[in-house]
Design a protein around this ligand. Structure first.
Ligand SMILES: CC(C)(COP(=O)(O)OP(=O)(O)OC[C@H]1O[C@@H](n2cnc3c(N)ncnc32)[C@H](O)[C@@H]1OP(=O)(O)O)[C@@H](O)C(=O)NCCC(=O)NCCS
Length: 176
């Protein structure tokens, strides 16, 4: 089951990642400690780190295990990425946006069609996502696309820039 390689929204184009995206991702957000604060990965130190990440995204798409789109503004600037993992009857997602684009509704706009696509698949019944309990912007993104907060999954994920020990996360879902 493969999603569309390109998804158009009012202001954005989501399109499958390509090797050439590494340079823009490195320059735009992958080195930013503020951006990676609530993520499972450390800021990238060299463009080789980003190239390896992009290569893993491309490989995972080919295998059908995880689908990562680069998020572009209509002017073609690469501003972030969004990924969907399908596991049987469930799908979960992750996303990241360059700091200078925060606070303008971009991620809710990108997430909505991804969630819609997942729930439109006859075999997917649950779409869900988690975020650190301190990541209120991310929690709000999930609320804005109509997801329900199910509760807190305790000690779920290590966000290495927050702590060496696992963090509590809000869990949001949409089901059919
Ligand atoms: C989380 C992230 C993707 C949000 O992207 P965005 O495009 O700024 O999100 P949106 O503009 O669609 O929505 C953000 C909402 O959170 C709100 N918000 C932002 N910071 C907030 C805070 N500290 N407390 C409460 N609400 C906050 C905004 O007001 C907005 O809600 P509103 O539209 O009702 O006003 C972006 O901040 C990011 O990339 N962060 C770093 C990576 C990350 O944390 N990814 C998620 C991992 S789970």
């Amino acid at each position: 089951m493969y999603p569309p390689e390109t998804i158009q929204t009012a202001r954005l184009v989501l399109r499958r990642m390509v090797p050439d995206d590494a340079e823009a991702i490195f320059a735009t957000y992958a080195q930013d400690e503020e951006v990676t604060r609530f993520l499972v990965w450390h800021p990238h130190r060299s463009v080789e780190d980003t190239e390896a990440y992009v290569a893993s995204c491309i490989q995972a798409w080919d295998k059908g295990t995880e689908f990562t789109w680069a998020i572009r503004k209509e002017d073609e600037a690469l501003i972030g990425a969004i990924a969907l993992r399908v596991t049987g009857f469930k799908a979960d997602f992750g996303y990241v946006l360059a700091r200078s684009y925060w606070g303008n509704g971009h991620m809710a706009e990108a997430l909505r069609p991804v969630v819609d696509w997942a729930l439109a698949q006859p075999t997917i019944f649950r779409v869900w996502g988690v975020c650190d309990v301190e990541n209120l912007a991310s929690a709000r993104v999930m609320e804005k696309v109509g997801m329900t907060r199910e509760g807190i999954l305790r000690r779920l994920v290590i966000h290495p820039q927050m702590s060496d020990t696992p963090r509590d996360c809000f869990c949001y879902s949409l089901v059919k």
